[in-house]
Ligand binder design. Sequence first.
Ligand SMILES: Nc1ncnc2c1ncn2[C@@H]1O[C@H](COP(=O)(O)OP(=O)(O)O)[C@@H](O)[C@H]1O
Ligand SMILES: [Mg+2]
Length: 435
Amino acid sequence: MKEAKMKDDDIANELLTPTDYMSHKDIQELVQTLQTHQLELEMQNEELHLSRAKLKESQRRYFDLYDMAPIGYCTLSKEGLILEVNFTLASLFGCARHDLINKSIIKFIVKEDQDVYYLCAKKLFQTNLGLTCDLRMIKRDGSVFYAHAAASAEERDPQNSHVMLTINDVTESEKARKKIEQLNVDLKAKVSQQLEELRKKDAILLQQSTLAQMGEMISMIVHQWRQPLNAISGAAIELSLLNMRGDVSGDDISRNSKFIQNMTQEMSQTIDDFMNFNKEEENSLFSLSDSVYKTYEIVEAQCKSKSIKVNVDIDEKLSVFHNSRAIEHSLLNLIINSRDAFDESKKTKNKKIDIYSRESDDAIFLIFKDNASGISKELIGKIFNPYFTTKEEGKGTGLGLYMTKRMIEEVNQSSISVESQDDTTTFTIKFPKSA
Ligand SMILES: Nc1ncnc2c1ncn2[C@@H]1O[C@H](COP(=O)(O)OP(=O)(O)O)[C@@H](O)[C@H]1O
Ligand SMILES: [Mg+2]
């Protein structure tokens, strides 16, 4: 009976809800606690939503960064199999991404360039340093593009290291590079062709000016010989006159033959002087006054015959390191030009050429001045140009001053300049002392 009563109580207790035996205050407290929990849950829920949104956003950014990067990117196994590949690289190859997974990267490299990749990969694993190489790669449609590849080894798991590889399509820049290369080759060919043409022109120029100068030399020899030839002829005439009068003595014969010998020796000396004048010379330190007198001797007879007075005033101590032949031939050109200018000016009196020296701290100057005609402002800027001449055909080549300038400038940075005032023309040759 008692047992039955207890069972009934248990059943009654089970049927009662907690609120049945809780006081009103307890219930109020419970409700409050529950409300607080609900609030917390709602807040947590919101946070969850937020972090889900953030995750989505970073997934999107990762997708942008990895897949849509402006450079092809893939991860390779040590054996060269593609493990991961970004969208850019897949589109570069013209394949779907899943078609590339587990394919060997070698398949996409032009046969001739595969060794480049092998070598690069080998070095990469030996040194663990990032490497770059240039390869030709093949797209799915068989077309070839130039790729610049940069690889580095991923060493998180030494047993299972990966290669991270970026591939950039550099076809356009490679095409531009090749074009520039070709342009350079063409340009070089053009330059050397033009140089060759210039060299040929230069050789012709040199030949023409040498011929013109030889002509001048012959005319100088003629002048130098005229006087001794006349004298020899005079001595011969004198002897034959004496002979005709039956007056010729042994003394007369030996005096005249001595005289003729002297004259022929003088003529032979002239030939020697001209030969010496044309002898090739190396650069050397030589006396400026010796060179000026040597040149003067060559033209002396002609200048005298044209009443041109040549005044030489060179400091005998002055020496320059130069090519003496170049200086002498330049001086000769200047004297010939003065002679021609005097001829053209029809001047009869006070015809003179002054050749003198000056010295400053850093240079020696050789100054050449004539009072033949002067050179007009319009022409003076052109006189050193090749083929510039104001002389009539057959008289001038226009090469004298051009060759003079070259001879002076090509050795030891010396220079020549010209100025003119009224009827005077002054050429100044400057030899820097440091040269
Ligand atoms: N001393 C000078 N006086 C006047 N004109 C000169 C003198 N030297 C040179 N010239 C002018 O410079 C020109 C060029 O001289 P150059 O090069 O020697 O050639 P070319 O003597 O064959 O004409 C001459 O034609 C002449 O007009
Ligand atoms: Mg001349």
